[in-house]
Design a protein around this ligand. Structure first.
Ligand code: AR6
Length: 170
């Protein structure tokens, strides 16, 4: 890992002891499958109540809640783009998810933040392009700001882990 403020791990993001985990949510912010379902299940019903009060979120933007039963103190919910073949500026929207989430983290004095591969599950974004965007946007942000101090990419499977590892070692 060339950048000391970036880490890569394999596993379940709901178990991490960090200041914030990022959720790959949908526009309603009211839960769903994938990592969103796992986060809501682990955080408990009070998360749903707070999410209801947020009145949704636009694609590419982010909103913050408490972490409830998670070890993580906060959850940053961001809504990634659905992949339509690259014709609807999906890369730009995904880049915006990372920028919005990191900006919100900085504003909330978050030191450690963990990201899953936003949009790379149900939303069908190609994993290698998504990892490249995640890493580039993160480097761009942390080069300009001292917070968050550490950004952790969480790969859920071996393939995605290797994809990140190769890009991070370059
Ligand atoms: N920890 C870390 N990563 C995970 C976990 C986990 N526990 N579970 C899944 N992943 P997805 P999206 C990875 O589908 O594509 C939901 O229904 C997974 O392998 O969760 O942004 C929402 O409500 C994949 O690489 O999110 C939306 O409707 C990545 O997390 C929609 O899915 C994201 O997969 C959002 O789709």
């Amino acid at each position: 890992m060339k950048n000391k403020r970036i880490e890569l791990i394999k596993g379940d993001i709901t178990r991490l002891d960090v200041d914030a985990v990022v959720n790959a949510a949908n526009n309603s912010l009211l839960g769903g499958g994938g990592v969103d379902g796992a986060i809501h299940k682990a955080a408990g019903p009070d998360l749903y109540k707070e999410c209801e009060s947020l009145k949704g979120c636009i694609t590419g933007e982010a909103k913050i809640t408490k972490g409830y039963k998670l070890k993580a103190r906060h959850i940053i919910h961001t809504v990634g783009p659905m992949w339509y073949g690259g014709y609807r500026d999906e890369p730009g929207s995904l880049a915006s998810c990372y920028q919005s989430s990191l900006k919100l983290a900085k504003e909330n004095k978050i030191k450690t933040i963990a990201f899953p591969g936003i949009s790379t599950g149900v939303y069908g974004f190609p994993k290698d392009l998504a990892a490249l965007i995640a890493i580039n946007e993160t480097k761009r942000f942390i080069n300009r700001h001292s917070l968050p101090e550490k950004v952790i990419f969480v790969a859920y499977d071996d393939d995605n882990y290797e994809t990140y590892r190769k890009l991070l070692d370059q």
